[in-house]
Design a protein around this ligand. Sequence first.
Ligand SMILES: [Zn+2]
Ligand SMILES: [Zn+2]
Length: 171
Amino acid sequence: MLNSTSLIAEARTKLEGYLLKKGLRRSSERFAILEEVYSRDDHFDAEELYQAMHQRSFAVSRATVYNTLEVLVDCHLVRKNQFGDEDNTKSRFEKSLGRQQHAHLICVNCHRVMEFCDPRLQLIKNTVGNMLQFHVESHSLVFYGECSDAACVARTKAAAEHANLQEGKTA
Ligand SMILES: [Zn+2]
Ligand SMILES: [Zn+2]
């Protein structure tokens, strides 16, 4: 596994090459956004990234953040996920260089995102691809359910008790 400094260096080189090839502007904003993405370990949306840039006092427009994210997805430096949770219009992004293919688990109560790797997914992809003569390029797999995080369990329990109480009042 690469350390984060050499990972960022590799990502910069890759982005540089891609922008050159596509004749796109190699602006410092794009590289700053790339570095912010590679400093994070979470699944974030474009707005969160925009806010994080501003917290670092990096003046960059929303449009640049959105547009750069699309560029990073196109050159496979960032993976875009559609989790289809309560706000499924939002895409959630994560860095992809130096990371294994993985699938996600999402808690329907606290919206925590967890990851898992299982080599059988690759096997399914190959088998189904061969069987149906279909070239599989990517996949998306999300498990929804309830996590066992203590804070989440406590909050869910409190919410249920509150709902029961409300019900009791109106009955
Ligand atoms: Zn949870
Ligand atoms: Zn992930």
